[in-house]
Write a protein that binds this ligand. Structure first.
Ligand code: PEP
Ligand code: MG
Length: 757
């Protein structure tokens, strides 16, 4: 059975399209399970019916024509119950529905299982046999396993099929919608611009070429270039390497010299394919071939082929001019890293779509800072096919639309106009104080990272910087910035906001924040070498950064230093020792610097439990609610599969936030919050009700939060929040608070939540 399972999944995976994958599937199952019939019905949401997509055993004429409603037959029942049904004689079941001409009459024993992907019912898979009698437990378990494995493949094939603009019945379809996770709110209308990961053999897509000779020449040039590169490296390392390692270089050169490889690629180019996909296709063939070998040594050669293929591809890509980014570009990629994104600043980007990641991935945080509507984690999206296509992003709901109808387009254009009007309405608040209606001052700070954040923050009248993510400028470089370079970056921030405070976080890499020149490869990076752990293990890097911060603050004295990912008191003690030493050294060198206020971020459960001990060591506390939510709920902040259970309004998070603010108040240590929760209008109300008086957020949210806080009274917020703390589920927390706000005249639209439609 396991063999059959693997075989079916592999075949379905490699099929060209949904139709042929389902045809293969039913044929294999019917033969492999020795039954008379196997059929697949898929649910078509556009027509709200199940469609018979493939059958082996029933009338082939019915394929693509026979449809059933949600309530019809055993298929409808299985879909509704979302559980398998195993009947000795289906004809006796009250839901049995005989379709004339389908040829179902002779079959009695029937097993039908739902096909479910991420809680969504895709369809039903059935097997039938002539004799009466239930299928065995083992057969049932097998079909359930198969269906679970196939669900992802079918969802992907369906999504790809949707791009053709046809529904399952072959009818024209508009407003094709792909579901992701909201990344940054707002609506964007624009055209897709695909960002391929560099030198990735799997990501390269077929493209026809008009200039075959130029592509052949390009390929020869790339081959020659890599050959020369390899020879040069080999000669340089001649003395240092052992003979067997040197031999590897020769093997690489030999492979490149091998006429067969070059010929195979050139043959594909001559058939009209551009060099990149011709090379990728040939290399993928070689890699597959080696990977399937029984001999371990030969299997290892697959890695060599992959490496070589990547080198030649990188050469080709460097020599091919990249397509210009259009003005209304909607960037699309698997996982657009903040580094790539940083290189694009200057281009006008309308929106961003990533097939991985979720609302708290760093690219989404950057997008929010720049007000770029973003959808994350659109898992099944056939993204490479969307280059140049007209698209719409609904960043409120996490939707990406394709083949938009005129009606829907008009709707989104109206939403864009409303958004612009609302933003313009908030501008008048820029110079108003951040106070509640009863006059309690709330300090509204900004989170920064990019150079452009300075201007945007000043435009919105921020009270200072509550979190400067220093890793952002580090990500934009090819090596660690020097002390001088860092000092210049930090000085720009400090000067721009002086005398208002600027809280600089020491380098927080690891997790999903990586530096190309300092790769951290781990099985479990979020529980690995992150934040302060990395810096304490590299005192030379830490020292340079702290010295640069202190030097930059000379004469301004508005610097605060903050330590990320602290889990133990000893980490704070060690960091403090380095900060004090840096100040001492600089003063000995003739500068006049003060030891800044030093604070600790509360991002992990241990810091919540140790809050009093930590408070006694530091000058301030800042809660990083993004990571705190991740670690309290044990939900990866980047994983779209669990994005629905990542919720900073979870009662456990709210209770932890209360512990922290109460302990801070008790110790007389100021507490702020700099996670995304502070920039969420609902979150900000809760925080004020809990006792937080300093909130740091993306500048794009500042005026909206200010506007809402200016309409509420502190007593009211405290009372509402006291009630929320008794609720046991985040959805209830959200709806209760929304209702309470509505009652005092603050509608959903003022909270920046999704507009209707
Ligand atoms: C946080 O974790 O809440 C935080 C502010 O830090 P980052 O999002 O950069 O990890
Ligand atoms: Mg964090």
């Amino acid at each position: 059975m396991l063999h059959l399972l693997r075989q079916v999944v592999e075949e379905v995976n490699s099929a060209r399209d949904l139709q042929s994958s389902l045809r293969t599937l039913v044929g294999r199952i019917r033969a492999g399970m020795e039954v008379q019939v196997c059929s697949v019905f898929l649910w078509d949401a556009h027509v709200e019916r199940y469609v018979l997509m493939a059958t082996d055993g029933l009338s082939a004429d019915a394929i693509g024509k026979l449809t059933l409603t949600q309530n019809q037959g055993l298929i409808g029942l299985v879909g509704k119950r979302e559980e398998p049904i195993n009947l000795g004689d289906a004809t006796r079941h009250p839901n049995y529905h005989l379709v004339p001409g389908l040829g179902e009459e002779p079959y009695k024993g029937t097993l039908a299982v739902p096909i479910i992907h991420h809680r969504k019912l895709l369809g039903v898979l059935t097997i039938q046999k002539t004799e009466a009698g239930r299928f065995g437990d083992e057969e049932e378990a097998f079909l359930v396993t198969l269906s679970a494995q196939l669900a992802g493949v079918i969802a992907h094939a369906e999504a790809t099929g949707a791009l053709s603009g046809l529904n399952l019945l072959g009818d024209e379809q508009t407003d094709v919608r792909f579901q992701g996770v909201p990344g940054a709110q707002g609506v964007a209308i624009g055209q897709g611009h695909v960002l391929l990961p560099p030198a990735d053999l799997k990501a390269v897509r077929y493209r026809p070429t008009d200039d075959i000779e130029a592509e052949v020449a390009l390929f020869h040039q790339a081959l020659g270039g890599v050959r020369t590169e390899l020879r040069a490296t080999r000669d340089k390392l001649q003395i240092e390497l052992r003979p067997e390692e040197l031999a590897l270089f020769n093997v690489y050169v030999d492979i490149l010299d091998d006429a067969a490889l070059g010929e195979a690629v050139i043959e594909r180019i001559r058939q009209g394919e551009w060099a990149q996909s011709a090379l990728a296709g040939v290399m993928r063939g070689y890699i597959d071939h080696f990977e399937k070998m029984d001999d371990a040594y030969l299997r290892e050669r697959a890695a060599d082929m992959r490496d070589l293929g990547r080198r030649v591809l990188a050469y080709l890509q460097e020599s091919t001019p990249t397509q210009a980014i259009p003005d209304d570009a909607i960037l699309i990629g698997e996982e657009i890293s903040p580094t790539v994104f940083g290189e694009l600043t200057g281009a006008k980007i309308a929106g961003i779509v990533c097939t991985r990641g979720s609302a708290n991935s760093h690219i989404a945080i950057l997008a929010r800072a720049l007000d770029i509507p973003t959808v994350m984690g659109v898992q099944e999206l056939p993204w490479q096919a969307l280059q140049g296509e007209a698209l719409v992003i609904d960043g409120y709901r996490g939707h990406l639309y394709y083949r938009l109808s005129d009606e829907k387009r008009r709707h989104f254009e109206a939403v864009c106009r409303e958004e612009a009007a609302r933003e313009a309405g908030l501008e008048s608040l820029k110079d108003e104080p951040g106070t509640t209606r009863d006059g309690l001052a709330i300090t509204l700070l900004v989170n920064t990272g990019l150079q452009t954040d300075i201007l945007r923050s000043q435009d919105r009248g921020a009270d200072g910087v509550g979190l400067f993510r220093t890793e952002v400028p580090f990500m934009m470089r090819q090596r660690f910035p020097s002390e001088e370079e860092q000092a210049a970056i930090y000085r720009a921030q400090l000067e721009a906001f002086a005398p208002r405070p600027v809280t600089m976080r020491t380098l927080d890499v690891g997790g999903d924040k990586s530096l190309t020149y300092f790769p951290i490869v781990e099985d479990n990076p979020f529980l690995g070498w992150r934040g302060i752990r990395v810096m304490l293990d590299h005192p030379e890097l830490f020292m340079v950064q702290v010295r640069a911060m202190l030097r930059a603050s000379e004469g301004l004295n508005n610097l605060k230093v903050m330590l990320p990912m602290v889990t133990s008191v000893s980490e704070v003690e060690e960091a403090l020792a380095i900060i004090h030493r840096a100040a001492m050294e600089l003063n000995e060198e003739g500068l006049s610097v003060r030891v800044p206020d030093v604070g600790v971020m509360v991002e992990v459960p241990s810091a919540v439990y140790l809050i009093s001990e930590l408070a006694s060591q530091v000058d301030f506390i800042s809660v990083g609610s993004n990571d705190l939510t991740q670690y309290l709920l044990a939900v990866d902040r980047n994983n779209p599969r669990v994005a629905a259970i990542y919720d900073a309004l979870h009662p456990a998070v709210l209770k932890a936030l209360k512990v922290v603010i109460d302990a801070g108040n008790h110790a007389g240590v100021p507490v702020s919050l700099c996670g995304e929760l502070a920039g969420d209008a609902l979150g900000a109300v809760i925080l004020v009700g809990l006792g937080y008086r300093q909130l740091s957020m993306s500048s794009s949210n500042l005026l909206r939060v200010k506007s809402v806080l200016r309409q509420i009274d502190t007593d009211w917020a405290e009372q509402v929040v006291a009630g929320l703390l008794h609720l046991d589920n985040p959805r209830l927390v959200r709806s209760t608070l929304q209702l309470a706000l509505k009652k005092i005249g603050i509608p959903l639209s003022a909270l920046g939540l999704a507009p209707a439609g």
